[in-house]
Design a binder for this molecule. Structure first.
Ligand code: AMO
Length: 435
């Protein structure tokens, strides 16, 4: 079948002037001034003007001026140079096809100046996504993920896909979604943690996954989702966690740099971003506690940082000239069971923070099965629930480490977006399950 469109709006060049072209998209606006009417047609690349004189074709004129906004049409017509029209040309239609009529009123405006509530926008996400500033976020998202594949391929990682329906909780916590798996109970994976580690025993010694995280956290904050995505990575034969942190900071750098090249989208979003400087600052957990407690906090050693503390630390670090920084040498009690201990009370776990928000966390892992079993018990978990995971550690498991790096958290910080729900197409939160 022939396509209904030969050209996108902004791809039309002066070579097409005087020729017949066909365009298709959504009717963004209709201006009828009696003898002449202008239709603004929007496609994924921009908009174009269709101009129709009443006396030239009364039937098409009537059809077009009476169409509802956001209806979908295709138009065949003469491409005519016009200094007044946007893009420098207009289309004079000789054939119009109404492909889908939009109901009225629209639940949400596309080009209206009035700001709508986020909830209304998310309820009508398919229309919200018609706005060029919303599309810009997802076009940038597409680019940064392309940068992930490029960078990690260059570093010899292979992309893998691990199960999302699993038999034991991946992070050991209670924030898991349970589901019925025939006669058994199963969980939605909180992360690919257990599987990416098991892969380290196979010889596929550098793997990554664009993973889905399912987390049954009850809280409803501007930086938590119940279903989110992450770049999850695992690498074997590391000396310690520093090898992993180097990959992470270079990955962040490549993604940020790729986003800087998205000039059109950044203009639409009125954002200016600069590539961060490498290497990122490393701050030990103990120093973090001192910094915070010297600034009116009262944090006990061993506690994880709450969002307020993270925000304050972000301000302190910014004053010292750092927007990105690793927090290293966490207390073992603040990290999951698979984290490698260090000097008994510390661990080889780290977080990467950007402007006061955690965007990634990782560690060197325990690869000794005895120690791992002890740590599972110490975290009040039952080693029997981890039998198939532990088995992979009994027949040759190299030292390894990795990280999980939230894609929506990254985008939020990159583009200065206040609410994480803006960074995923159809967010899932404590109350939202549709659309
Ligand atoms: P963690 O639980 O810290 O670590 O998650 C890693 C990163 O994933 C993102 N993230 C989230 N983003 C939005 N909403 C959420 N509810 C959410 N939860 C996590 C954050 C966070 O830094 N298995 C380990 C990683 C590893 O050690 O490899 C893990 O899942 O950006």
């Amino acid at each position: 079948m022939e396509s209904l469109r030969t050209h996108y709006s902004i791809d039309v060049t002066s070579k097409e002037y005087g020729k017949t072209i066909s365009v298709a998209g959504w009717v963004e606006d209709i201006r009828n001034i009696g003898s002449i009417a202008f239709i603004i047609l929007r496609d994924r690349k921009g908009t174009l003007q269709i101009t129709i004189l009443k006396k030239e074709d009364i039937k098409i004129f009537e059809e077009l001026v009476n169409i509802s906004r956001e209806s979908v049409i295709s138009v065949e017509g003469l491409c005519k140079k016009s200094d007044k029209a946007r893009n420098g040309y207009e289309v004079i239609p000789h054939k119009v096809n109404i492909l889908s009529t939009a109901e009225t009123p629209l639940p949400l405006g596309v080009v209206d100046k009035i700001e709508s509530e986020l909830e209304t926008r998310l309820d009508n996400r398919f229309i919200d996504l018609r706005k060029q500033e919303i599309q810009a976020i997802f076009k940038i998202r597409n680019e940064i993920i392309a940068a992930v594949h490029e960078y990690l391929k260059k570093e010899n990682f292979i992309e893998v896909h691990t199960p999302n329906i699993i038999a034991s909780s991946s992070e050991g916590g209670t924030d898991v979604f349970k589901l019925k798996y025939f006669e058994k109970e199963a969980f939605l994976a909180q992360s690919p943690q257990l599987y990416k580690q098991m892969l380290m025993s196979t010889g596929l010694d550098r793997v990554y996954e664009i993973a889905w995280y399912f987390r049954a956290e009850e809280h409803n904050t501007r930086r938590h989702l119940n279903e989110s995505t992450a770049v999850d990575l695992e690498m074997a034969f590391i000396k310690d966690e520093e090898d992993v942190m180097k990959i992470l900071e270079n990955l962040v750098f490549s993604m940020w740099k790729r986003a800087c090249d998205c000039k059109e989208e950044l203009d639409v979003l009125k954002q200016k971003i600069e590539v961060p400087k490498l290497p990122f600052k490393r701050v030990k957990y103990d120093e973090v506690i001192d910094k915070l407690n010297n600034n009116d906090c009262d944090l006990k050693w061993g506690a994880d940082l709450g969002s307020e503390e993270e925000k304050l630390l972000g301000k302190i670090m910014k004053k010292e000239g750092h927007e990105f920084y690793f927090i290293t040498k966490y207390p073992i009690e603040a990290k999951p069971f698979y984290t490698m201990p260090q000097e008994s009370k510390y661990s080889r776990g780290f977080d990467l923070e950007c402007k006061g928000v955690e965007i990634a966390s990782g560690s060197q892992r325990i690869h000794d099965v005895e120690l791992l079993t002890d740590r599972i018990k110490a975290c009040n978990l039952n080693p029997n629930d981890f039998k198939s995971y532990l088995k992979a550690f009994r027949f040759g498991m190299p030292p390894h480490g990795g990280f999980g790096f939230g894609i929506e958290r990254f985008l939020m910080n990159l583009l200065d977006i206040r609410n994480i729900r803006e960074c995923i197409l159809f967010p899932r939160d404590r109350t939202r399950l549709t659309p």
